[in-house]
Design a protein around this ligand. Structure first.
Ligand SMILES: Cc1cc2nc3c(=O)[nH]c(=O)nc-3n(C[C@H](O)[C@H](O)[C@H](O)COP(=O)(O)OP(=O)(O)OC[C@H]3O[C@@H](n4cnc5c(N)ncnc54)[C@H](O)[C@@H]3O)c2cc1C
Length: 467
């Protein structure tokens, strides 16, 4: 019997089995497509697949290609409460015998993703240890429609193969490649310096004088973890206007943890000079300066070294473009799309709405605006950001629940629940005021109860707890 292929079904290559790639695979299959996920690592999880072995990575990430994807350190706990993290139809449940905290460690999120894979039976779609090396368009004239050639390498035997797909979804993440500051003397500083990408545990810094550059999430987390291990920690911040939470931490640990302005230069004798003229003799420097991908070979930020679009998608000062709604490049839509580019959003439900929209556009259930309209919309968006004074490198920083909801309307994705938004804001507020304790003490229990009794948390029934 000859089985006829559903004409609306596409053979789709999803690159990456992190949260974005997994939910993309799930949505594609739900919509009748045949996805294959290519993942360079040995398991699912993306950033959440903790990698303790970092010895082969350049301490400042100066390899041509990174050897380690995950930037998670051993003690890392979620910055957002678990209730808000789950995909819309798969709550992040508290499970007996596991890490039951509201802000659990990174392993619990990996276990959540494994539960997700098991619940939706996704594992057979994923090809592990498979690194995508090249993605390019095939001859349009020959096939009558866009087709993509994907070359991937099996990391175990180094053998490469080429396959043809109807569509490609790029879900490769963007928190791996260290972004480094440009500090005079950095190249000739002989003592220990590393980016937080390869920081794992505090022990190697025992009794040392450590300069931590950057006071955002990793910078403050790592500084607090070093208190009691390192002799002194000198936290260098871009601005001395710090949150109430950080100032409480500084006064509590004032003998060991000190705040400084930006680093001005490094001296060969080990001195670290700050812009206010003060200095310390340091044993180590840890750069907690962010994870915007920075490809040393190409000198641009978000980077997709495998992707050949003949200039139809370019990366300029951290702006991937042109992308309609951060997802579809108008000239290659819908056969090429991206999931997971936006930042400063509640990640998982947003990635899910992107995946759903892409899957529905590919099946023909939804249509995209014309090329002209998509380009015009992108132009208007860029202009509005310019007027607001938002720099180009923050193009993909969303910071807006309204945007996420408007985005979801493209595919009737449910709007964020009120409790989800409120819990997100409450956690942020608490972290600003109580940096050291916000993961263990809060005053939004009523909202948590509301979340637990909402359909989001009860939809799977009791069997989900027993998985
Ligand atoms: C230190 C740290 C703390 C964080 N804390 C939080 C938090 O508390 N809450 C939160 O919501 N988010 C947090 N994040 C953000 C986190 O990255 C996202 O939650 C999420 O992992 C993004 O998912 P993704 O699938 O888009 O990317 P990733 O998780 O990065 O997954 C991308 C996948 O693509 C694979 N890949 C890359 N290139 C290739 C290739 N060429 N071929 C094949 N496979 C490839 C990678 O191996 C990886 O598995 C944190 C990130 C970091 C670094």
């Amino acid at each position: 019997m000859v089985s006829e292929r559903n004409p609306c079904s596409n053979h789709v290559c999803v690159i990456g089995a992190g949260p974005s790639g997994l939910v993309a695979a799930r949505e594609l299959r739900k919509e009748g497509h045949t996805p294959i996920v290519l993942e360079q690592n040995y398991d699912i999880g993306g950033q959440w697949l903790y990698e303790p072995r970092v010895e082969n990575e350049h301490p400042l990430g100066k390899n041509d290609t990174l050897k380690v994807h995950s930037s998670m350190y051993a003690s890392l706990r979620l910055t957002s409460p678990r209730e808000i993290m789950g995909f819309s139809d798969f709550p992040f449940l508290i499970k007996k015998g596991r890490d039951m905290r509201r802000f659990p460690g990174h392993k619990e999120l990996l276990l959540y993703l494994r539960d997700f894979v098991e619940w939706f039976k996704l594992r057979d779609m994923i090809r592990f240890n498979t690194k995508v090396e090249y993605v390019g368009m095939l001859d349009f004239v020959k096939f009558g429609k866009e087709k993509w050639i994907v070359r991937s390498k099996d990391m175990r035997d180094e053998k490469s193969i080429e396959e043809v797909f109807d569509a490609v979804i790029v879900a490769t993440g963007h928190y791996s490649q260290p972004r480094l500051p440009n500090i005079k003397g950095m190249d000739s500083w002989r003592r220990k310096q590393m980016h937080s990408h390869i920081y794992r545990i505090p022990d190697p810094f025992r009794n040392e004088v450590v300069v931590v550059v950057g006071n955002s999430l990793s910078g403050t987390d790592i500084s607090m973890e070093l208190v009691g291990v390192a002799k002194e920690i000198h936290l260098s911040a871009k601005s001395l206007e710090i949150t109430e939470g950080l100032s409480k931490v500084l006064s509590k640990h004032k003998k060991h943890l000190l705040l400084h302005p930006q680093v001005e230069s490094l001296r060969e004798d080990g001195r670290v000079l700050f812009v206010d003229g003060s200095w310390v003799m340091a044993d180590s420097i840890i750069y907690c300066t962010g994870y915007v991908p920075y490809n040393l070979m190409h000198l641009y930020s978000y980077s997709f070294p495998f992707l050949d679009t003949k200039g139809m998608v370019v990366i300029d000062d951290d702006r991937v473009g042109p992308l309609f709604e951060h997802t579809f490049p108008p000239s290659l839509a819908p056969s090429l799309s991206f999931v997971g580019i936006p930042r400063k959003i509640i990640g998982f439900p947003f990635f899910e709405s992107q995946a759903k929209w892409i899957a529905q556009v590919l099946s023909g259930k939804r249509t995209l605006p014309s090329w002209e309209d998509m380009m015009e919309s992108i132009k208007v968006f860029y202009k509005s950001r310019d007027i607001e004074g938002i720099p180009k490198h923050n193009t993909h920083d969303i910071c807006s629940f309204e945007y996420c909801e408007k985005y979801g309307d493209y595919c009737d994705f449910p709007h964020l629940e009120e409790w989800r938004k409120e819990l997100c804001l409450a956690a942020l507020k608490n972290s600003f005021a109580n940096l050291e304790t916000y993961r263990d003490s809060w005053n939004d229990d009523e909202l948590v109860q509301e979340a637990h009794h909402s359909p989001h948390f009860t939809q799977l029934g009791p069997e989900a707890f027993d998985m």
